[in-house]
Design a protein around this ligand. Structure first.
Ligand SMILES: Nc1ncnc2c1ncn2[C@@H]1O[C@H](COP(=O)(O)OP(=O)(O)OP(=O)(O)O)[C@@H](O)[C@H]1O
Ligand SMILES: [Mg+2]
Length: 345
């Protein structure tokens, strides 16, 4: 708001000016009258005139402040636009980074797959060619009618041994291929529906009973019975299965019986926290940030492919839309913490 002093226009201090003019003419008319009265009215007129001057000054200050405020607001709007642009650029950079990262891990995975499958396939192949050679040799003896009982027994031993190796290694290769298929978590193939979490956990534990019974292991489940989720029960069940199988494989020596625990609690209205814990040997500190890497295993050569927890990671961060970490648990055992929304993204 600024004072309009234009001629004929409205002036902010018109009324005050009129009063000052009135006071001046009053003083003129009173000239020669009671000097006491004259002096008092004079003082009043002076005070009023000072007050008007002060008001004018305040109006100017206020105008200046208003201008500054307008400038500040403009500056603020400009900075905000800049910040929004920067954020957008950051988002794009992040997306590119994620894509690059995905490609890199895909490359590593493909390399790993080739490397892992190479071993059993290579062994099966050399066994098969060994069997082929032995068969050719015995056929030569047979056709020459020069075959002894010893020759035939030796051949049967060779055939039995190599066949066993071929089957075992082909099974290993088939297992690996099955795991690799799971790594590429396919959202569309895993069915989405609403489900009661406690039921899914109970069903999974029941399916694992034969494995658990072998070592006399116990599972405790703590889960609100009426918790209903909308998402992928199959993915969750696979996650729990991998956790349990890991506990049984890595956590306990022969004869040790484990106490496994699955605990679910709500995290606000929309999220859940699921903790899986065993009381076995635990994961050594130096492996903590590698357990989710594909092909990280401490049992290479004795059945471990190192994909179990990588699959867990992909399922939790993919279809379930959550996070999973290996906790630094005090005390024995391994403890995994999952946080995910009730409604999968
Ligand atoms: N409950 C556990 N207790 C102790 N160590 C564990 C546990 N779970 C996982 N680990 C460690 O983490 C490693 C990686 O686990 P992951 O499930 O990915 O592979 P794996 O079990 O070795 O092989 P795979 O699951 O493919 O058969 C294991 O080799 C083991 O050293
Ligand atoms: Mg495993």
């Amino acid at each position: 708001m600024s004072e309009d002093t234009g001629k004929g226009g409205f002036s902010l201090f018109d009324a005050e000016e009129r009063i000052l003019a009135g006071a001046k003419s009053l003083l003129e008319r009173m000239a020669g009258g009671d000097p006491q009265l004259l002096s008092e009215v004079g003082t009043l007129a002076d005070a009023y005139s000072r007050s008007v001057r002060e008001q004018r000054r305040l109006v100017k200050v206020s105008d200046r402040l208003q201008n500054q405020m307008t400038q500040l607001n403009q500056e603020l709007a400009r900075r905000r636009t800049e910040a929004e642009e920067a954020l957008e650029k950051l988002r794009q950079a992040q997306e590119t980074l994620v894509q690059t990262e995905k490609l890199a891990s895909l490359g590593a995975l493909v390399g790993g797959v080739a490397h892992e499958i190479n071993t059993p396939v290579g062994i099966a192949l050399s066994c098969a060619s060994h069997l082929d050679d032995a068969t050719k040799a015995i056929r030569v003896l047979f056709e020459a009618d020069d075959i002894s009982v010893d020759d035939f027994e030796r051949y049967m031993d060779t055939a039995a041994d190599t066949a066993k190796l071929i089957v075992a290694n082909c099974e290993r290769a088939a297992d690996l291929i099955r795991s690799f298929k799971q790594v590429a978590v396919d959202r569309t193939s895993s069915e989405r529906r609403t489900f009661r979490l406690a039921d899914t956990i109970a069903e999974t534990v029941t399916a694992l009973r034969p494995n658990l019974r072998q070592g006399g292991h116990e599972v405790t489940v703590v889960c609100p019975p009426d918790l209903v989720l909308d998402g992928y029960p199959g993915a969750l069940s696979q996650v729990l299965t991998n956790f349990v199988m890991n506990s049984l494989t890595h956590g306990y020596g022969a004869g040790a019986c484990g106490h496994l625990r699955i605990e679910v609690e709500p995290m606000g209205d929309d999220w859940l926290r699921l903790r899986y814990r065993d009381d076995g040997k635990g994961v050594p500190e130096e492996f903590h940030n590698r357990v989710f890497d594909p092909f990280f295993t401490t049992r290479r050569g004795s059945g471990g492919s190192g994909l179990g927890l990588h699959i867990v990671f992909n399922l939790v961060t993919g279809p379930l839309g959550g996070t999973v970490v290996l906790e630094n648990s005090p005390g024995p055992g391994a403890s995994f913490l999952l946080e995910f929304p009730r409604v999968a993204p």
